[in-house]
Design a protein. Structure first.
Length: 330
């Protein structure tokens, strides 16, 4: 992955050096996207990452916190920049959903240590062991740590495409339960129903989860709060359409793939950014502009506010994705 910064010097556990092989393997995913830029991010950006708390904090570590959003439902908010250091144990956001007959964990996180930390707190909070795990997509910060919980859970869910892409990355443990990519799946946890919807846009195969009785939506990396999203594997038109479908519902609590929790108003600027990039990307394709030229000319509209950008080429990467989709350049 091309970035404007040197590679990270922290291990997934927050200590020691990353091996070059490990960084190269992760660099195409959001893990690499974040890892390459976190250490070089401005102090104000580091402090802003995931800083706003919306729910009741029931557990906290150097790398994540758990916020209760209602009876039987919690969000895991990763804080990889906490206290001025970089902590990659979880890296992505996720969640915990409890019913009378099951306990679902959302995401496998960046490391087995991070996933195990979430699972241990899930058991402490509920008095039950986790029974199910769902992975939203194949990027390492969402699935690399599932070995930390698979000895406890009965079933690991993902789409067939996600499973296939995880296998090409030589992940040691793969999902055994496959979600329908053509229709909605539901998981009845006992009095609580989680609706899985297969989508694509951020990656070739994404999953969002809606807890039907609780008005909570786990968005995966289709949604980033306060940060310019990673377009490295994106099909951006699908991402825009799915976010238009997902966002904007009043009374819903959204758990983004990265950043703090938000309601519809809090994510309006993010949706506006995606829509503005679509206008600019289509115009660039019509005019025959290269992604580099289009990115150089692009300015985020001031009314949309500021978005954390960890590298100088992330806007260019968005135009590369639009060019790839519209023109067919790879």
């Amino acid at each position: 992955m091309k970035t404007g910064h040197a590679g990270p010097r922290q291990s997934a556990s927050g200590t020691g050096d990353w091996s070059r092989r490990e960084f190269v393997r992760l660099s195409g995913s959001c893990a690499g996207y974040l890892a390459a830029g976190l250490a070089a991010a401005p102090l104000t950006a580091r402090r802003a990452y995931g800083a706003r708390v919306r729910g009741q904090v029931v557990a906290e570590s150097d790398f994540a916190r758990i916020e209760q959003l209602g009876e039987g439902i919690w969000a895991v908010v990763s804080t990889p920049l906490k206290n001025g250091s970089t902590h990659f144990e979880t890296t992505s956001n996720g969640g915990i959903v409890q019913g009378s007959q099951g306990l679902l964990l959302i995401e496998g996180y960046m490391s087995a240590e991070g996933a195990a930390w979430v699972a241990e707190h899930a058991e402490r909070l509920t008095g039950e062991r986790p029974t199910h795990l769902v992975v939203t997509h194949f990027h390492a910060d969402h699935c690399r740590g599932i070995a930390g919980v698979t000895s406890a859970v009965d079933s690991v869910y993902a789409t067939p495409t996600t499973r296939e892409l995880m296998a090409t990355g030589e992940e040691p443990i793969l999902p055994g339960r496959l979600l329908n990519e053509e229709a909605t799946d539901r998981l009845d946890l006992g009095g609580v129903t989680v609706r899985f919807t297969a989508r694509k846009g951020h990656s070739p195969s994404d999953v969002t989860m809606e807890v039907e009785e609780r008005q909570v939506v786990f968005c995966g990396d289709l949604v980033w709060n306060g940060m310019f999203p990673n377009f490295v594997d994106a099909t951006p038109s699908h991402q825009v359409r799915h976010c238009e479908e997902l966002l904007g519902r009043r009374g819903v609590e959204y758990v983004p793939g990265h950043g703090a929790l938000a309601d519809a108003d809090g994510l309006a600027d993010y949706l506006g950014l995606l829509q503005d990039l679509e206008i600019a990307g289509r115009r660039a394709a019509e005019q025959g502009l290269s992604p580099l030229a289009a990115a150089a000319a692009y300015q985020i509209p001031a009314p949309l506010g500021e978005f954390i950008q960890f590298g100088s080429d992330y806007v260019e990467r968005a135009f590369v994705a639009w060019d790839r989709e519209l023109v067919g350049n790879w």
